[in-house]
Design a protein around this ligand. Sequence first.
Ligand code: G1P
Length: 914
Amino acid sequence: MSQIEFMDEHGSFRIEQPQNISYLYFPIAGEHAGGAAGIKSSLTPLLSGDAKKDQNTFLLEPVSAENLHNNRSTRNFWCRFTDGQKGKAWSASGVSAEQEAERGTEFEEQTELLAGFMWQTVRRQSRKYGLSSEITSFVPVEYPDTEAMLVTIKNTGSEACNFVPIAAIPMYARSADNIRDHRHVTSLLHRTKTSDYGVEITPTLTFDERGHKKNRITYYVYGAGEGGVPPVGTVPAVEDFIGEGGSFTHPEAVYGELNLSPVGTYLDGYETVGALVFPECCLQAGEKATFFLCMGIDNTKEIQSLFREDWQAAFEKTKQYWREQVNVRFHTKDKREDSYLCWVAFQPLLRRIYGCSFLPHHDYGKGGRGWRDLWQDCLSLLLMNPGGVREMLLSNFGGVRMDGSNATIIGANPGEFVADRNNITRVWMDHGFWPLHTTNFYIQQTGDIGLLWEEAGYFKDAQAARGTKKDVLWEDSCGTKQKSRDGAVYSGTVLEHILIQNLTAFYDVGEHNRIRLRGADWNDALDMAAERGESVAFTYAYAGNLGTLCELLKEAKRCGTEKIWLAMELEALLMGREPLYKEIEAKQKLLSDYCESVLHHCSGIKKEYQTDWLITVLHGMEQWLKDTLRQEEWLGGCNAPGFFNGYYDNSGRRVEQNEAGHIRMMLTSQVFAVMSGTAEEEQIAELIKAADAYLYKEELGGYCLNTDFGEVKEDLGRMFGFAYGQKENGAVFSHMAVMFGNALYQRGFAKEGYRALHTLCHQAEDVSRSRIYPGIPEYFNDRGRGMYHYLTGAASWYLMTELTEMFGIKGRFGDLVLEPKLVAEQFDESGHASAELVFAGRKLKIVYCLADMEDSKETEARENAEVCRQDSLRVLSVTVHGKQKGSRIPRTEIESWDINEQHEIRAVLVKCVK
Ligand code: G1P
């Protein structure tokens, strides 16, 4: 199996014979100015896949992974031979019955695929017919609702070749819902028209979840030859194109009789194909002909003008646009891994456009992102394009309810949240954790602590008391904003929102005094323990949040904020003290009283608190939680390494086990125990040993999510119904594996953190095992195949960890701090490793140089041995613009540097001696 070869510093790559790897797909999409997504396509090496704008607007038939090899409805381009070879044809995209039958024989065609951000080119050579093709797919940056195909056919033989070129792109033109819901009936809505450049469908009505509505959307497939020469005719009805008994891989219109419909033909109520027939081509040896196809949605007029433009220029512009979006780059000894990281950095942009749906494995959802994804995707935005993040964060806070839960139906526009009319409401208990995590990162990167004092509204619908009650007084006309008793829309500071989320979680405990699991936590598939389940994993996480809040408030105090105003109702959540923390029923009652106080209206009255006092309260809660968890949830084995328990099931039993012959271990529990600062250093060292013994599978990409429980644990979640080693049941699930790496780095375990990340990347890189294009997939299955490629929160976390932990380039209340934790093998032969990024609006290149160990001030390093673990590094000197600096460079200074230049910061490093 051929491997990926990188072609430039932007991650553009090539691979040979990609059609011999199943389930490969590549994303290309468009984006409107202002950020709204355009067309979203997926393409296989044989140009299968689909194209859509949203759930109800699919241009090409929706596909799931299994359709990728099953579906004959691909984007095809035929050469129908005339003269001597009459009756024969060649598919320039490789999709004919003849080519399929040639697989593995001497006639199998040679192909190569080249790809970069949002473009794909497939080259194919037919020795049999002496022709080659090159098909480039992209979404022109100025026409974001159009997928373009640039097709070049070349005569590579020694004789002249005559053929009729025929593009054939089956059009679906309706809602994804209709794939098995009135598929035929909805074709009766089709009104097809043939125009100058091709075929258009404007269905009369739409039949989908919105009901029967008048349709206003036009779908089209247009094309032209060089000089904008239009097709001579079309064959718009699928049944005419394929012929009786024919198929898209052996169509009648290509192999048999060809009856053209002229411009201006109307066809009502039939399945349609964008079959465009171009004037006959006569290519002498070595000559080529180029065609330009556009398939898309609306904008029919503008698109036709595209045929007079320079197609190649449109392609170059598109490439340039997407390259500029990725402005983080790494240079280490491993050049391949550096190129891979270009794709990891690109993935968060894909998730912004595709949401969590719309690629073949992601055959669920309707394009939206979940609450936790919304917040985590901001992490990478903060690194690459921090411009609009403040507004985005603020508008996202508008989705928090006053009971600490949040809107789960997220609208298409920022800050748009939809009321949940569902009778069975799910409350994901981890949702309250992410906003503070992201907000803290924002404040550290930008120094904008003022965000905490910005005001935002609260979301309101009928769901109340964290999904346990209904607000019977609420109706649609009340709107989706929380109001106070006087009827005014209530708003509170960002800090107030964060406090509500974290304090309500603190009190929302089950029978073991851990936070209740409710509908699930990060692991969506832990969804069968709503009554008695508890997530200790996220109890650790919330404990960590309380500590983060204290840090932020201390900084606020340092900046002069002595007093803080909060909604009066919050007093109940702040007045409890330690003896109460132990009393489960009292805690539940306190929470329930609080929820009652904001069930329909809130008072609208605010109360003042001293910042210091608030810090003391939060610190007390944090310490109590961490101490308790550390003592009570640690599963020490007699002769085996210990680890943390992370769950209680619906039968009230502890889930993880550490007894000889009975090991049940979950990675999530370890991640949050470490990341939150609950686990002590010795415990971390031990739990790494346990994770290595029970969860680490190098040949599958590293740390698996859990051990095999060997039972369908109906009292915990559907994950146990999945085969072991798949998805949320024990796969190497990238998101958690990366978070494990991040947590280890944060706590100074650099070597181990590096291993977690590197093993994952290494797995992805080896195509013979991962069978994916560059990037990090959601998970690797039990055979090591990369699954659910591209749309995963793991990418954001990977990028953040690489930059802020591995390279240690991070903000501290807005200043730039250098705290590298690179390991020896990451430095190149000359002892260098560098990263390029934008910080404080300036382009920076941080170059780390390893000092010659002979010269290093060993004594000084030894003095620091206590704070540095293992292989960690110490910054000896920092130089910018020829001047010496400390390893913390004030933001104000960076902001005084030229905005157009790249500034090199050189840091000399010395290894710490343990
Ligand atoms: C996906 C979901 C994420 C969820 C996770 C585990 O993860 O998007 O919300 O927490 O599965 O169930 P992803 O691969 O996007 O990181």
